[in-house]
Write a protein that binds this ligand. Structure first.
Ligand code: MGP
Length: 329
């Protein structure tokens, strides 16, 4: 596999899940930078894969004819020039082609306000999708579809949920532009109810097994960088360049810990997209290892998502998604 030159790098470190008996919950196992290719390669041995016959490029370039009824053009304002963009969205609009490289491809990608500030930039979405290769992935909060589009290139089946009918429609519109809408099952649903229903139906759990859950929930709006009033007791030294820590209690629609626990009942393989200022002690505590048992110590892989010199977010990989833990998949 050739080396990619994306101007974006993934920096991974490993958290040892909090041991019940340990007072040192965070164990940096590997703080070195590694190329995107190495992570993709490490995943290539994973059992559940999309067949190699259908490469990323195959899908991305083989556009299907747009289904007119799913074309949402005209349903929300589309900005033609920076002057038309409201002040609070200008910095996002300036990044539009980072969010969707096909932003301007007719009929043009569409984002509502929440979509503008929470969509995952395409290169990051592609990197996460590479790491999440599997048969069936559930994108629990698909928003305007940035991640679901990327998953459609690496997973056999993508179930994309959103509670907003508008955003779900925009996600399908955008997926059409990428020619992948037919690979995604768009479901208008609240993830919490969906998960509870799925878990209470043994038939669903066996006939529609979900291999990976991707969580990119609302972080409480663009002000997430101002941190939380009540972060967990953190021993990490404050870094002048880092904003105040973000606490998982600020995740919506439920506490980020409960969101993880609920998802963990569906599958151990979870990718959790979190703010760059997330309190990592809290992340570490999500998986408890009991030292009294001889069980494998589970690690959480934290991938820093950089674009150029800018750290955009963290993706935390759990279970078989964390490098070196494919046996948990
Ligand atoms: P940002 O910090 O608001 O933007 O979000 P940016 O351009 O880095 O602004 P700056 O002022 O810090 O330079 C960075 C990234 O975080 C976005 O591109 C989104 O992918 C993600 N993101 C931001 N928010 C507010 C959310 C959110 O509420 N939920 C999710 N899932 N992702 C978000």
């Amino acid at each position: 596999m050739g080396k990619r030159t994306t101007g974006f790098s993934g920096l991974s470190r490993f958290l040892q899940a909090e041991k019940l008996t340990s007072d040192l919950p965070v164990d940096v196992r590997n703080g070195t930078k590694r190329s995107l290719d190495s992570s993709a390669e490490s995943q290539s041995s994973k059992k559940k894969r999309k067949s190699d016959g259908e490469s990323t490029e195959d899908i991305g370039t083989s556009r299907t004819k747009l289904v007119q009824k799913y074309d949402m053009s005209g349903s929300i304002p589309v900005f033609k020039t920076m002057q038309e963009v409201p002040e609070n969205l200008k910095k996002y609009y300036a990044q539009r082609e980072r969010f969707f490289s096909l932003y301007s491809t007719p009929p043009g990608c569409l984002l509502d306000d929440e979509g503008w500030y929470s969509v995952t930039p395409e290169r990051i979405a592609n990197q996460i999708a590479e790491r999440c290769r599997c048969d069936t992935i559930l994108d629990a909060f698909c928003g305007v579809g940035g991640n679901a589009i990327a998953f459609a290139k690496t997973c056999q089946r993508v179930i994309a949920l959103d509670i907003s009918p508008t955003r779900l429609a925009l996600a399908r519109h955008n997926a059409q532009i990428y020619g992948v809408a037919q690979h995604i099952e768009f479901i208008l649903a609240d993830y919490i109810s969906f998960a509870e229903m799925y878990l209470s139906s043994p038939k669903a759990a066996t006939s529609r097994k979900i291999d990976v859950v991707f969580l990119s929930p609302p972080w409480g709006g663009p002000s997430y960088l101002s941190g939380s009033g009540s972060p967990s007791d953190s021993n990490s030294s404050p870094n002048e360049n880092m904003p105040a820590p973000f606490a998982l209690s600020d995740i919506q629609p439920i506490h980020g810990v409960d969101l993880f626990k609920l998802s963990n009942r569906i599958t151990p393989n979870i990718a959790y997209y979190l703010p760059r200022n997330t309190d990592l002690d809290e992340v570490s505590a999500l998986v408890k290892n009991d030292n009294s048992k001889d069980d494998i110590q589970e690690f959480i892989e934290v991938e820093e998502e950089w674009m150029g010199r800018k750290l955009k977010a963290l993706t935390c990989y759990f279970g078989g998604l964390a490098a070196g833990q494919s046996e948990l998949f």
